[in-house]
Design a protein around this ligand. Structure first.
Ligand SMILES: C[S@@+](CC[C@H](N)C(=O)[O-])C[C@H]1O[C@@H](n2cnc3c(N)ncnc32)[C@H](O)[C@@H]1O
Length: 467
């Protein structure tokens, strides 16, 4: 039953989308952390369910979360709840009248919605549900189009579509406060984006990454494997200044072959700056440049508020870095001609992650976050495989399943200590890190049993298809 004895101990009901399940908790926790608030779920909390009841918050906190979250659909001030409608009634009648009265006054307008999860109710049943709430003293006037206050009766019929109970498993009633930002998934869809590539990150995951990183207004955010800048776009939406690097000249300069099926070459102005312009965020564009992430190009003392990236792991893009396996003959000292030979060599996964964590330890502000994807061969995954660094603490590790034997994990780490000379990356040659150390062996397993068609499906799940 709701323990609602006054405005100071209000509870809030968050209705979450039932996709990207593993990413929801770190998203909500990160958004609460931005407001200096803890995550305090109330009784009956289950992580994978569509409804969470949270305490120790104020309405402003809830608004703050909902202006950012792409995992949350709506939020309500919870007035009552229970396992049955009878329990709901008892709970609602106990709810302090002084909490309700600002919203039930005679001169106010209101409407009541009925929402059911995992069941569709007929119109007459909905009306019946609303009529059954007549024990609540709403003195205002019903206004279905533009009510001042919206209330909602929510019925939860569980998460199994093959086993829908006759009666709801749980019911809630509350005052609607705000909707989340699910609309961003459509309005920032890569399908309508000016500049895209084969591995452009989908909008929903890009926003989730920006939220896990706790990116906020005026932050400086860096993506060392920037590609077409999808992650920068999400960060710029939240008011951050953005910059990035990529080894691929054509990607950075918006040249070369187009990823669109009906277009051979990229058109003029197909680049990251133009993408930001498309969303009215050009003023947040710092710059992007061609650079190899394995090279130390940044001056000491330069700090980013967040580093957020999707490193290459050789599915659509190759994992290359500049350099050569051959012995490079040094030119004689008196030779002043062009000595640069543009060659490249394999960039092993273990080195990519080692370099990324070391870079983050040196170039994040204290408390700044690194958010990146780690490919995983699921049958042999264990948490110990995730690379560590003595200056970075693990905040979250969420899985996105891609196939029966592959997944990728979204890793969020936070810098809590400045690196010292002795702070090398935890030795990745230790047996537990072998998956990434044995780069080719890992890739062989990762793509095992994937025929040409399967590989394409695999790629499409991981990144967008060429649109
Ligand atoms: C998975 S894609 C990133 C996609 C990007 N998030 C987007 O939305 O378009 C990885 C990128 O890393 C780049 N890359 C590969 N090796 C690199 C290196 N050594 N240094 C910097 N960038 C590299 C590739 O050119 C590719 O654009």
């Amino acid at each position: 039953m709701a323990a609602t004895t006054g405005r100071s101990c209000l509870q809030y009901l968050i209705h979450l989308a039932q996709d990207n399940l593993d990413f929801r908790l770190p998203e909500i926790k990160s958004l609460l952390a931005l407001r200096g608030k803890p995550f305090r779920p109330c009784e009956n909390y289950k992580e994978k369910t569509p409804f969470w009841v949270l305490g120790e918050l104020c309405e402003e906190d809830v608004h703050g979360i909902m202006t950012r979250s792409v995992c949350a659909k709506s939020a309500f001030e919870l007035w009552g709840h229970g396992k049955t409608h009878c329990e709901l009634k008892t709970s609602l009648l106990k709810y302090p009248k002084e909490n309700m009265s600002p919203y039930t006054q005679k001169d106010s307008t209101y409407r009541i919605n009925v929402y059911t999860f995992n069941k569709t109710l007929e119109f007459k049943d909905r009306i019946e549900r609303i009529d059954a709430l007549d024990y609540l003293s709403f003195d205002g006037t019903v206004n279905l189009k533009t009510p001042q206050h919206t209330f909602c009766l929510l019925e939860d019929y569980g998460t199994d579509p093959n086993n829908i109970p006759d009666q709801p498993l749980y019911v809630y009633f509350g005052r609607w406060i705000a909707d989340g930002q699910r609309e961003l998934i459509r309005s920032y869809s890569v399908k309508n984006r000016h500049f895209i590539g084969n591995t452009s990150m989908e909008a929903c995951l890009s926003f989730i990454m920006a939220n896990h990183a706790g990116v906020k207004k005026n932050d400086l955010v860096f993506d060392p494997f920037v590609g077409t800048g999808s992650l920068l776009i999400a960060c710029s939406h939240f008011g951050a200044y953005v910059c990035g690097t990529d080894i691929d000249y054509n990607t950075i300069h918006g040249k070369g072959r187009s990823s669109r099926t009906n277009q051979k070459w990229r058109g003029p102005d197909e680049n990251i700056r133009a993408n930001l312009r498309q969303y009215g965020k050009e003023m947040t564009y710092v710059d992007v440049m061609v650079s190899d992430a394995s090279k130390r190009i940044w001056r000491t003392g330069l700090h980013f508020d967040a580093i957020i990236t999707d490193p290459p792991y050789g599915i659509r893009e190759s994992t290359r870095r500049t350099g050569s396996h051959k012995d490079v003959t040094k030119p004689p000292e008196d030779y002043f001609g062009e000595s640069h030979v543009p060659v490249s060599m394999a960039y092993h996964l273990s080195d990519i992650f080692a370099d990324l964590l070391t870079f983050a330890a040196h170039h994040l502000v204290m408390g700044g976050r690194l958010v990146y994807w780690l490919p995983v061969h699921s049958p042999e995954y264990c948490d110990e495989m995730v690379p560590l660094h003595p200056c970075l603490k693990m905040i979250s590790n969420s899985e996105q399943t891609l196939s029966s034997h592959t997944s990728r994990r979204l890793i969020t780490m936070e810098k809590f200590k400045e690196p010292e000379e002795s702070d090398a990356l935890v030795d990745m040659s230790e047996p537990c890190y072998s998956p990434y150390q044995g780069h080719n062996a890992f890739r062989e397993k990762y793509f095992s049993g994937v025929n040409k068609r399967g590989l394409k499906e695999e790629e499409d799940k991981m990144h967008i298809n060429g649109v």
